[in-house]
Ligand binder design. Structure first.
Ligand SMILES: O=C(O)CCC(=O)c1ccccc1C(=O)O
Ligand SMILES: [Mg+2]
Length: 369
């Protein structure tokens, strides 16, 4: 394929509900929509997922912009790409900057899928027609607010609920949730709120019959996570620790976790996400698709990825209306009986809602290639 142009559009979108975790509160999201355009005028879309500040990983909206403009777009100049799987290698001269790379790579996957008139999910090797939705609930002012939100989601048919925990909002909250919802498929995400000194304290997690505990310790603490996993029955799942297939190998060989959360942005793109999926699938390690409070384009890519056979657990993929008053795709993502139908039209399978984009747009720039 020959790319003629990359378009960057910076959007600012207000979340329906502020999202609080152990470190940060997100009220609104700024993001870049990346559009890759070919000689025939076909457009492919990607979305950056970093936040305003580097609380989740080191990347931010500003570093995404700098990496894309200064290093990634120049790498695309005068290149003929025959398959999107070549992008990982092409971008490998730039270290890390996974979310920047992933957004550009997503746009090229979508473009390639449209050029070949194939749904993206099929191109990736997906075989599900529907995927299970899942919801992630932040830290609330009061446990009653959280219980009310869980109840709404359970009534709507949500197949699993994830809650955020931190010191002072953990065992008592989980006990209270279990008192009201004894059999609900439930998991907890700590976003690194604990450290190895809390090992004895964390043994209490085994009381709550959780599907897993997500990222209890810091990013690089593979050895400490392994020690925890040996001490508790609750499966440990790694999120922030996993930037590549190599990290997955380290985690599994050390016994740091039993489950992997795959996020396209965190691992540098769909090709690496698929490699991680294939590696885990061959070893019977369950994976699920994490979320970054995406707008519609990022969500569409997540849905395509989650259609692969190894995504056996519901991910953090909710309907558009859970996050936004108005999403930027048409139709919006809807959850019916706890499931999302994987779209079958070429590429990501959703149209861009240009009016919505215009409403959220704060900056636009075109880079000819
Ligand atoms: O609903 C979503 O998109 C995911 C919610 C979520 O848990 C999350 C949101 C932003 C950043 C990190 C995380 C996380 O999985 O740790
Ligand atoms: Mg997480």
């Amino acid at each position: 394929m020959k790319l003629t142009e990359i378009r960057l559009q910076r959007l600012k979108m207000k979340l329906n509900n502020p999202f609080r975790n152990s470190i940060s509160a997100v009220n609104a999201k700024e993001l870049y929509i990346i559009t890759a355009i070919d000689e025939a005028g076909i457009e492919g879309y990607g979305e950056t997922v970093a936040f305003d500040t580097p609380w989740y990983t080191e990347e931010t909206v500003a570093t995404n912009r700098m990496a894309i403009e200064s290093w990634l777009i120049p790498l695309l100049r005068e290149k003929t790409i025959s398959h999107p799987e070549e992008i990982t290698e092409l971008f490998s001269v730039v270290k890390r900057n996974q979310m920047a790379k992933a957004a550009v790579e997503e746009a090229i996957w979508d473009l390639y899928a449209k050029q070949t008139e194939t749904p993206l999910y099929q191109l990736l090797g997906g075989n599900r027609t529907k995927i299970a939705a899942g919801i992630s609930l932040g830290i609330e002012p009061d446990v009653k607010d959280l219980l009310k939100k869980i109840e709404q989601k359970v009534i709507a048919g949500c197949p699993r609920v994830k809650v955020k925990i931190k010191k002072g909002w953990d065992m008592d909250i989980l006990r209270e949730i279990r008192r009201h919802f004894p059999t609900l498929p439930l998991m907890a995400d700590a976003n690194s709120a604990y450290c190895i000194r809390d090992l004895d304290y964390l043994r209490q997690l085994d009381e709550f019959d959780l599907m897993m505990i997500e990222q209890p310790f810091e990013d690089g603490d593979f050895a400490d996570h392994a020690q925890l996993q040996r001490a508790i029955k609750t499966p440990v799942c790694l999120d922030e620790s996993i930037h590549s297939l190599q990290d997955v190998r380290t985690a599994l060989e050390l016994g740091s976790c039993k489950v992997i959360n795959i996020k396209i942005g965190r691992v540098g793109g769909l090709a690496e996400a698929k490699k991680i999926h294939d590696y885990c699938f061959a070893r019977n390690i369950p994976v699920w698709c994490g979320g970054m409070l995406e707008a519609g384009i990022g969500r569409a890519h997540n849905i395509a990825l989650a259609s692969l056979p190894g995504f056996t657990l519901p991910g953090d993929i909710g309907g558009s209306a859970h996050y936004w008053k108005k999403d930027i795709i048409h139709p919006e993502v809807v959850v019916t009986n706890g499931e999302i139908t994987v779209p079958k039209s070429p590429g990501i399978g959703y149209e861009i809602d240009r009016d919505a984009i215009r409403k959220y747009l704060i900056e636009e720039q075109i880079f000819p290639l």
